[in-house]
Write a protein that binds this ligand. Structure first.
Ligand SMILES: *[C@@H]1O[C@H](CO)[C@@H](O)[C@H](O)[C@H]1NC(C)=O
Ligand SMILES: *[C@@H]1O[C@H](CO)[C@@H](O)[C@H](O)[C@H]1NC(C)=O
Ligand SMILES: *[C@@H]1O[C@H](CO)[C@@H](O)[C@H](O)[C@H]1NC(C)=O
Ligand SMILES: *[C@@H]1O[C@H](CO)[C@@H](O)[C@H](O)[C@H]1NC(C)=O
Ligand SMILES: *[C@@H]1O[C@H](CO)[C@@H](O)[C@H](O)[C@H]1NC(C)=O
Ligand SMILES: *[C@@H]1O[C@H](CO)[C@@H](O)[C@H](O)[C@H]1NC(C)=O
Ligand SMILES: *[C@@H]1O[C@H](CO)[C@@H](O)[C@H](O)[C@H]1NC(C)=O
Ligand SMILES: *[C@@H]1O[C@H](CO)[C@@H](O)[C@H](O)[C@H]1NC(C)=O
Length: 685
């Protein structure tokens, strides 16, 4: 008994010594602020136990990403179209030799023999096994067992650890460290209470999406004179001069990717009805997308009551343009997670990118590593019906073009979170992938009802314009919407969409557009934006500020600081959106067993994506590469688009910006002119 006491006392004294004995040239590297209540800290981990250690090394050259991407996507570059392999990307951004050397030396000096240290395949981290004793000595820390009350699992973790000052800049994170993979309480609570509600929620969503059912159950696809009433595939083909597909066999490497989440499942009956009446049977019944189910995602529902209008809309817009080419339906997150995505405004994009690029799972930038435990879903998801598998990392190859009709307010998410994700779009752009995001359905404002209250606008007076993310990321293409107004035909110029009765896709539906508060104007767009300001200066006060990397833009104070005392309502130095546009109102779609009219920039994104898929098809058949990141070539040759010069995008109590000659923050550079685009892109190497 006595000896036990002595040991306990010794341990306590040692603990004290450990804490005070941190050498002056060491600093805290990571420290846990709060312990999530699902975890309990228990006893010290046994000193002889082996820990699988990982040292996440700081990536290098991320600031050169823009130039690298321009090098392969600027049409005037001799490397246009020469996309990188995944390994090229890893090598370009791998930690510097200095980082690798210094960290390795520090480990060896700290008692970890070189022979035990291995270097990960993506060069991002060192891995080795160390006893708890060794790791504690190395990191001036103590490891305790933490028990998870949800799963009963136990994992080793520390409250804080220390590194030599001169080593800190080379290291992003160390595991086991302070990270415990647990979802945040508010999420967990909301989700659990929502499971029985999920089905009801779907019904609500459907009611929400019923717009208008055709009086006679059909819109006539052979009659172009009614395109001002309902947009059919024939109207779209006529608007953008898209010829029938000439090739017989689809290229094996050119499926068109469509991202879906939020319980958006297609219904085969609706697809078949659409194929029958709107493609004259050219697309046979039973045609459906290639399934790409990510972390428990599911494709289709047989029950028409649960038809996902977004998913049906996206597929029905893309199929007539690309068929016999296939569509790939990326369904992201399990059923439970999908039913809650609107609570976090993350839309599952991080989980999606993990599945497309395994190195993203552990990629660190802006102090974010991997999925954010506060924002992104952790897998396995222990709830009943949750995805019981591991988080998918690099499971699916990205298609050349991916259409994403989802997005939220730039101000919904911390800057670090969105900037890290934006870098990943750059990395995939280098590999030849085009991302096209809907620009938003609320003009210069945003979907009302979250942090900033009922207006969807920002700032002290709730009148500051609020652009839609991720379209504001400079490495993706943002797609706005136009409309064929009553009395107009497909041969008249289109106008920017404004549909005050645009319910349900939005109240006062108008084309999302404006200027980022996070990203500066990229070079490829600089001249277009400055021409807009020069020739068509908007009649509103502006400010010129960008949110800093450490700002938490979801805090009202940060947004107020951006605007300052200027009284301005839009940012004069931010990236402008959208880049391009397509028709997005009164789209005839079969969903839930009926023809309906639907729309939104949600419709515009898959149309433009399908056009680029067709152009890539021709390029691939000619032995060329896919285009990859689109914006540099779009801004270099705007003449291949139909410039839209009429209409505005109202919001925040204003009429919004105006569509004018040249680029504008309403319809971007304009809508596709397929023959001109094809001619241009076929001339490029
Ligand atoms: C559809 O329009 C075409 C061309 O205007 C017309 O010949 C045909 O009768 C119409 N079909 C129906 C079912 O209205
Ligand atoms: C398709 O891609 C695979 C591997 O990515 C390649 O081996 C194959 O040659 C490609 N097929 C064609 C027809 O280009
Ligand atoms: C196709 O259109 C006709 C009217 O021309 C309509 O009677 C029929 O119900 C439609 N088919 C489907 C599957 O909706
Ligand atoms: C295809 O499916 C639709 C909807 O179920 C149906 O109306 C149509 O008759 C079918 N066509 C064929 C050729 O089976
Ligand atoms: C990252 O964290 C370090 C220390 O924890 C801090 O000094 C730095 O400002 C942070 N950087 C960003 C971009 O948040
Ligand atoms: C829609 O626009 C009308 C007219 O500009 C305006 O009165 C109304 O407040 C707007 N509604 C919303 C929800 O913004
Ligand atoms: C950002 O601020 C909001 C509101 O103050 C807070 O709820 C959230 O946790 C903060 N996020 C981060 C990453 O600091
Ligand atoms: C211009 O757009 C408005 C809607 O903003 C529309 O009512 C009008 O018909 C359009 N004019 C022309 C000439 O297209």
């Amino acid at each position: 008994m006595v000896s036990v006491k002595v040991i306990a006392l010794l341990a306590a004294v040692c603990g004290l010594l450990d804490a005070t004995a941190i050498p002056p040239h060491h600093e805290v590297h990571e420290k846990r602020e709060v312990l999530h209540p699902r975890w309990t800290k228990e006893k010290r981990v046994e000193p002889r136990k082996l820990l699988p250690m990982r040292i996440g090394l700081a990536q290098n050259n991320l600031d050169k990403g823009y130039e690298h991407l321009m090098d392969v996507s600027d049409p005037s570059s001799s490397n246009f179209g020469k996309h990188w392999t995944a390994d090229d990307v890893i090598n370009a951004f791998r930690p510097s030799d200095e980082t690798e050397r210094e960290v390795r030396n520090w480990l060896i000096d700290g008692g970890i023999p070189s022979s035990r240290i291995s270097h990960s395949e993506n060069k991002g981290w060192f891995a080795f096994y160390a006893t708890v004793e060794e790791a504690e000595k190395l990191l001036y820390t103590t490891y305790h067992e933490y028990k998870d009350s949800v799963t009963g699992g136990v994992m080793p973790s520390s409250d804080e650890y220390h590194l030599p000052k001169n080593i800190r800049r080379h290291i992003d994170y160390i595991t086991p460290g302070i990270k415990l993979l647990a979802p945040v309480e508010s999420w967990q609570k909301k989700r659990d209470s929502k499971i029985p509600q999920a089905r009801k929620d779907i019904e609500k969503r459907i009611l929400h999406e019923v717009l208008q059912t055709s009086p006679n159950g059909h819109y006539n696809n052979s009659d172009l004179s009614t395109c001002d009433v309902a947009i059919t595939p024939a109207c779209i083909a006529a608007l953008y001069k898209i010829p029938p597909v000439s090739h017989r066999l689809p290229h094996p490497n050119n499926s068109l990717g469509i991202f879906e989440s939020e319980l958006q499942f297609y219904t085969q009956y609706d697809l078949d009805s659409f194929f029958t009446n709107y493609t004259s049977g050219k697309i046979p019944n039973g045609t459906h997308p290639v399934a790409a189910n990510i972390d428990g995602g599911m494709q289709a529902s047989d029950d028409l009551n649960y038809a996902g209008t977004e998913c049906n809309l996206d597929l029905q817009l893309a199929y007539p343009i690309v068929y016999p080419q296939t569509l790939t339906d990326y369904e992201v997150d399990d059923y439970i997670v999908q039913s809650d995505q609107e609570d976090t405004y993350t839309f599952g994009f991080n989980t999606f990118l993990d599945a497309l690029d395994g190195s993203y799972c552990t990629f660190a930038a802006y102090n974010e590593t991997g999925n954010d435990p506060n924002l992104d879903q952790a897998y396995p998801d222990p709830r009943i019906g949750g995805w019981a598998g591991k988080l998918m990392c690099g499971t699916f190859k990205p298609t050349n073009v991916i259409s994403l009709s989802y997005g939220g307010q730039e101000s919904d998410l911390p800057i670090s979170y969105q900037k890290r994700q934006c870098l990943e779009y750059m990395k995939l752009g280098l590999q030849g992938v085009s991302f096209l995001f809907a620009s938003g359905d609320s003009g210069v404002s945003n979907y009302p009802g979250d942090i900033d209250g009922p207006t969807g606008c920002l700032g002290p007076n709730l009148d500051v314009f609020n652009p839609t993310w991720p379209g504001t990321c400079p490495f993706v293409t943002s797609v706005g919407a136009t409309k064929v107004y009553p009395g107009k035909t497909v041969y008249d110029p289109e106008s920017a969409v404004y549909d005050p009765a645009g319910h349900p896709y939005s109240v006062n539906f108008s084309s999302g557009g404006g200027f980022s508060n996070v990203y500066p104007i990229p070079k490829y767009q600089a001249s277009a934006v400055s021409t807009f300001f020069e020739k068509h200066n908007p009649p509103y006060k502006s400010y010129s500020a960008l949110a800093g990397d450490t700002s938490n833009i979801t805090k009202k104070a940060d947004i107020d600081a951006l605007v300052g005392s200027s009284g301005g309502v839009y940012n004069r130095i931010g990236r402008g959106i959208p880049d391009i546009a397509a028709v997005g109102d009164n789209i005839a779609v079969y969903s839930g067993g009926r023809v309906r009219l639907s729309g939104g920039t949600s419709a515009s994104a898959p149309i433009v994506s399908a056009v680029f898929n067709r152009i890539n098809e021709e390029r691939l058949n000619a032995g060329k590469s896919p285009i990859g990141f689109l914006n540099p070539s779009l801004y270099a040759n705007p003449g291949m688009l139909n410039d839209i010069t009429n209409g505005t995008n109202p919001g925040c109590g204003t009429v919004g910006f105006s569509a004018v000659k040249g680029w504008d923050p309403v319809t971007g550079l304009g809508t596709p002119n397929f023959p001109k685009m094809l001619e241009y892109y076929m001339k490029l190497p």
